[in-house]
Design a protein around this ligand. Structure first.
Ligand code: NAD
Ligand code: UDX
Length: 479
């Protein structure tokens, strides 16, 4: 069997870029990304793509209409395909058993039923969404129970490891491709067929094959390990801020040990994004269900530390602004969960803004890629009467200098490169004095800003002239 047609269900941050790169690297394969969301598909077919990813536009433009298509016609595309990737969202459940922890798998199940209904020939079904261990078993059972005679489905696990903002580079040159399947002749054949797609641009030694459950668990474990490093360095940053140690120096010294390594040790305002928290919660829930409470408690702590880091940053802003931010204008620079994306899912900026709004601060928010409506929606200003009062406290602007005009403080929440090139002299002149910069991403040149006159506070470094005695007392007494 030769793979001629791939269909991907789910035209989001994973399905869109992944299939764009597959189409680019496999010109002989017809790739179609389908989604039930008509707006999203219309955008994929327009000049303004629904997501921002560096270099994505160029490759979409090159392949779209040639061997890359975006469609709402799930029936037709599922029917035609030899391989179906499932890349639908699997968010944390917001209801019922496992609420707040378990993965909501309804989208996955719906797609499995559509595949069974629409298929008129055998197919390989690839679980690309992140799922709990043994989700493929459910997928298999739903498919088998609804299959027409003579049709066979082979289910593979092929989790995606791309990071937003670097998705195209990650897809073109991944650290590894992971494929899990059944240890049967049919399972091995399916694995080989999927390998044959990736091997068009990925060296053989980077393609790892495992059993299905190892593959599913590896995805959750990888995200938990990555997030764990961030929470570990953020925990150290809290110690640095009260002792005079510098977290960048500590991260460098610690990361120089080749057993530890230097990546993902950047202290900051806390990790965000649609994956880390969701996948750790998923792991915690799985551990609880497996009657492993100690394992669950271990991984829970990564999220608790992350919440603490966001809260701590907001508190530091309030404390430095003389313990009151009521009615003070604060410029928020950056709202996305990281740079080079317009995605705000679980962005630390959301929580920091909410803490400041609760204290009555007036926020003027600037982000180069996040649409205004998204910011309003994340801060839930239209939800109820209580939140309506926040509406008057929030302004979203299209220019950083509008944000800093007559502001008391600048709060950096996302490390956009353009924040390095801002005219801080101009901003200082516009602002009320003393003018503060709170750098949640450790990106500004502290000495340079101090020489302009700014009071600078950054993560993991003691820059305040005031002693931190009260804070030390607070932390000790709350223990
Ligand atoms: P997303 O929300 O951006 O996209 C999911 C898409 O699936 C949406 O457009 C939605 O309309 C569509 N969809 C949902 N149910 C559908 C159905 N029944 N029929 C047709 N379309 C349907 O999500 P995402 O960020 O692309 O993530 C997808 C999966 O990949 C998740 O499991 C996530 O954990 C995982 N993942 C995400 C990333 C990332 O960086 N975003 C990285 C690796 C893995
Ligand atoms: C993550 C994983 O990196 C990726 O492999 C997986 O497929 C999906 O989840 P993503 O969430 O897109 O990717 O971005 P990532 O670069 O990991 O950043 C996540 C969050 O951690 C961001 O808020 C980022 O600012 C923060 N971060 C990252 C740090 O605070 N410090 C670091 O050293 C690295």
């Amino acid at each position: 069997m030769v793979i001629e047609k791939i269909c991907c269900v789910g035209a989001g941050y994973v399905g869109g870029p992944t299939c764009t790169v597959i189409a680019n690297k496999c010109p002989d394969i017809r790739v179609c990304v389908v989604d039930s969301n008509t707006d999203r598909i219309a955008k994929w077919n327009s000049d303004e793509l629904p997501i921002y990813e560096p270099k994505l536009d160029d490759i979409v433009r090159e392949c779209r209409g040639r061997n890359l298509f975006f469609s709402n016609n799930l029936k037709e595309e599922i029917e035609k395909a030899d391989i179906i990737f499932i890349s639908v969202n699997t968010p944390t459940k917001t209801f019922g058993f496992g609420k707040g922890k378990a993965a909501d798998l309804q989208n996955l199940e719906n797609v499995a039923r559509l595949i069974a209904n629409y298929s008129t020939k055998s197919k390989i079904v690839v679980e690309k969404s992140t799922v709990p261990v043994r989700a493929a078993e459910s997928l298999n059972r739903i498919l088998k129970a609804n299959t027409k005679p003579g049709i066979r489905f082979d289910v593979l696990s092929n989790p995606e490891f791309l990071a937003e903002g670097t998705a195209i580079a990650d897809l073109l040159n991944p650290d590894r491709i992971l494929i899990g399947g059944e240890e049967t002749p049919e399972g091995r054949r399916a694995i080989q067929l999927l390998c044959s797609v990736y091997s068009k641009w990925i060296p053989e030694e980077k393609i790892i094959t495992t059993n299905t459950w190892s593959s599913e668990l590896s995805k959750l474990a990888a995200n938990a390990f990555l997030a764990q490093r961030i929470s570990s360095i953020n925990a150290i940053s809290a110690i640095c801020e009260v002792t005079g140690a510098d977290v960048s120096e500590v991260a460098h010294a610690v990361g120089s040990d080749t057993r530890i390594g230097s990546k993902n040790l950047m202290a900051g305002v806390g990790f965000g994004g649609s994956c880390f928290q969701k996948d750790i919660l998923n792991l915690v829930y799985l551990s609880e269900c497996l009657n492993l409470p100690e394992v669950a408690a271990y991984w829970s702590q990564i999220i608790e530390m992350n919440d603490f880091q966001k809260r701590r940053f907001a508190l530091r802003i309030i404390e430095c602004l003389f313990n009151t931010v009521t009615n003070k204008k604060i410029a928020i620079l950056g709202f996305a969960f990281k740079s080079n994306t317009g995605d705000t899912r679980e962005s630390p900026a959301i929580l920091v803004c909410k803490y400041l709004l609760e204290e009555g601060a007036r926020l003027c928010i600037y982000d180069p890629k996040v649409p205004k409506q998204q910011i309003y929606s994340d801060l839930k200003v239209a939800d109820n009467a209580e939140n309506e009062k926040f509406k008057n406290l929030i302004e979203v602007v299209d220019n950083p200098y509008k944000a800093t005009d007559k502001a008391h403080a600048i709060v950096i929440c996302t490390s956009w490169d353009e924040f390095l090139k801002l005219d801080y002299n101009k901003m200082y002149d516009q602002m009320l004095k003393p003018a503060f910069v709170f750098d949640g991403r450790k990106m500004v040149n502290i000495e340079e800003l101090q020489s302009i006159g700014f009071h600078v506070e950054t993560i993991g470094r003691k820059t305040s002239k005031q002693p931190f005695k009260t804070r030390i007392t607070r932390y000790i007494s709350s223990d």
